[in-house]
Ligand binder design. Structure first.
Ligand SMILES: Nc1ncnc2c1ncn2[C@@H]1O[C@H](COP(=O)(O)OP(=O)(O)OP(=O)(O)O)[C@@H](O)[C@H]1O
Length: 271
């Protein structure tokens, strides 16, 4: 098992508003003093009602957006200009005209790494990501699970301290999804990346994570943090253990409560 490396990354009192769409003036508060962290080698999931601000949190962590107030901390200091995270968005965004290898090397090329070197580094990971033999294939020749693994390889190969996975398995059928969760659990165990993952699937969050963070209805605040102390490696059958079911139940109750609040809020102020 790899040694966990890197620095703790934290959101410290992050607040963010966006202008109201189609209205002159006025703003919608999306994040309200959100604070949480991830430690090197830790797998943390973020769940919350639809539209509560999860992707906004990721955009801020990835440096794609900036907070109105509050900070992103890396170690003990405020994040500098260098990106510390690699972001895997909801859609796999593989370019259809590029081979799988060229797609997976793209993130490194964008960083300015020589094309041959970028391909060499990406190619090395193909066996781990179950993609050997598909280096020269085009994305349409891959199954849904393989496409997601290719998108994840492109993210991991960038060798950043933090991986941001935004619903990585959201578009997959349930069997493929379970296989991918099992696979990710095994590779994570080997590499011990620091991961923040957005998911709508509580079972997936508990199965994969060391900690689950529940965001409230918008404006998002941290509503609950739950530690998952189930021993690793986790068999798929762990989902039926009483400890697992109790955690799932606790999270389900909080999430339902927040989803109901989000719905009520939307009915009273649909903008
Ligand atoms: N660039 C933007 N400009 C204006 N409003 C935005 C912008 N980005 C997000 N929002 C608004 O902020 C709120 C939170 O959006 P966000 O995508 O972060 O939620 P989410 O929790 O990731 O949603 P979902 O679970 O549906 O993916 C939404 O009301 C959205 O319309």
């Amino acid at each position: 098992m790899a040694e966990a490396r890197g620095s703790r990354i934290a959101l410290d009192g992050v607040t963010k508003s966006y202008p109201l769409p189609g209205r002159r003036g006025g703003a919608r508060l999306v994040l309200d003093r959100v604070s949480f962290d991830a430690a090197p080698g830790e797998f943390v999931s973020v769940i919350g009602p639809s539209g509560c601000g999860k992707s906004t949190v990721f955009n801020i962590l990835a440096g794609l957006d900036s907070p109105d107030s509050g900070r992103v901390l890396v170690g003990d200091g405020a994040a500098s200009g260098t990106p510390h995270s690699a972001y895997m968005p909801q859609k796999d965004l593989l370019f259809p005209w590029r081979t799988v290898l060229d797609n997976t090397a793209l993130g490194l090329e964008v960083q300015g790494i020589d094309k041959r070197e970028a391909r060499r580094r990406a190619r090395e990971l193909f066996p781990i990501f179950g993609l050997s033999g598909f280096e020269d294939a085009r994305p349409f020749q891959l199954s849904g699970g393989m496409r997601q693994r290719a998108a994840m390889l492109r993210t991991v190969v960038q060798d950043r301290e933090l991986l941001l996975l935004d619903e990585p398995f959201g578009a997959l059928d349930s069997l493929t999804r379970t296989e991918m969760q099992d696979w990710l659990q095994q590779v994570w165990q080997r590499y011990r990346w620091m991961v923040l993952m957005i998911t709508h699937d509580i079972r997936e969050a508990v199965y994969l994570s060391d900690r689950v963070i529940v965001l409230s209805a918008r404006p998002a605040t941290v509503r609950r943090e739950v530690r998952v102390d189930l021993p690793r490696p986790r068999e798929l059958s762990v989902v039926t253990s009483p400890e697992f079911v109790a955690l799932e139940q606790e999270l389900l109750e909080v999430l339902h409560e927040e989803s109901r609040r989000a719905l009520a809020e939307q009915e009273s102020a649909p903008w």
